[in-house]
Design a protein around this ligand. Structure first.
Ligand code: DCT
Ligand code: MG
Length: 319
């Protein structure tokens, strides 16, 4: 007999889900899941199933309908999300050509126009060596402005992946001499542009003097290089540990670490690990920020959360 919503099985499922969510690393097998509270043999088998088939049947069905194919095509354009893609489809758009040219009936944002123009290049991941070469060129120009600047290449590159979807750069500077990196983007971005490394701007920081700023754009290696996505993030020096964790990822690792923090009564974000954060008991929305207890190094954050140290290359989901 079927159980009603809120029935015993439902509550048990919730407890199981919570238990799986709390697990600090991504589960790799049903057997591993069995060690968790509330996970029984049936659930372990289901987990094995999902890992093996990756929900193939549902995906195959969804990918076969025209609207899904076109929506996916449009969502491949930088700056286009599901809502916009579906809206364009409902307005009769079917191909990338429908979106460009003087006859078009829809309006693209400047970032979307850049995304459309370099659709093919941006759909491709770049070899790791190319990300490094672009990073090295940027680092040399930055160090020329201020030798105390610290630049780190983050994301998939730092996790050691062979290809990168974009280049994520973290920029900061020790403040021991009483100075900071504040304002450096004002000098750095035009220099990178003049050197031909940066080619298009997608999003410029609203305040270039803010120690915490984010630039998003396109770059390339030499004049013949393909257009690649790049993010340059500046962060206050004392936050570098928390920022390193966040921007190294991967996203699944970050999510499990944040959940672990929450479970232990902390709150983790790209700025630090906080204690004493109060949340609305119903909505879980943050009511107060609490007190920062760690942010300078990755290790101190891992230690407080009692998560065994994991090198960046270990912070990847199973593929
Ligand atoms: N990030 C996250 N949650 C997200 C997106 C990103 O925690 N939803 C973090 C983890 C990785 C980092 O930001 C950089 O993001 P991306 O560049 O999007 O990911 P990546 O891991 O570098 O992968 P890719 O090679 O595709 O860029
Ligand atoms: Mg990336």
């Amino acid at each position: 007999m079927q159980q009603g919503i809120g029935g015993k099985r439902c509550r048990q499922h919730e407890a199981t889900i919570a238990s799986i969510r709390r697990h600090p690393t991504r589960l790799k097998s049903g057997k591993e899941a069995l060690k968790l509270r509330f996970v029984g043999q049936r659930m372990a088998e289901k987990i094995d199933d999902v890992i093996k088939t990756g929900n193939m049947r549902r995906l195959q069905y969804e990918e076969s309908t025209e609207s899904a194919i076109v929506t996916k095509l449009f969502m491949g354009i930088y700056g286009v999300g599901m809502t916009t893609a579906r809206d364009w489809y409902s307005r009769g758009m079917r191909t990338l050509d429908d979106l460009s040219g003087s006859h078009r009936r829809i309006v693209l944002t400047p970032a979307q126009q850049i995304g459309l123009k370099y659709y093919t290049d941006l759909a491709e991941r770049m070899p790791r060596s190319e990300a490094k070469a672009i990073f090295d060129a940027i680092k040399a120009i930055a160090i020329g402005i201020d030798p105390s600047l610290e630049l780190t290449i983050m994301g998939s590159y730092r996790r050691g992946q062979e290809t990168c979807g974009d280049i994520d750069i973290l920029l900061t500077r020790p403040t021991i001499d009483g100075r900071s990196h504040s304002g450096v983007l004002r000098k750095l971005l035009p220099k990178l542009r003049a050197a031909g490394v940066l080619t298009e701007d997608l999003s410029y920081p609203s305040d270039l003097d803010d120690e915490e700023a984010k630039y998003m754009g396109l770059c390339r290696l030499g004049h013949e290089g393909k257009m690649r996505r790049i993010d340059i993030l500046t962060i206050p020096y004392h936050q570098r540990g928390a920022a390193l964790i966040y921007f190294t990822g991967d996203d699944v690792f970050n999510r499990s670490l944040r959940l672990k923090a929450r479970h232990d009564g902390y709150s983790l974000n790209q700025r630090g690990l906080f204690t004493g954060v109060t949340r609305d008991p119903k909505t879980k929305v943050k009511l107060s920020n609490g007190i920062i207890i760690a942010s300078e190094t990755e290790r101190e954050i891992f230690n407080i959360l009692k998560v065994p140290w994991q090198e960046p290359h270990q912070r990847r989901r199973a593929t």
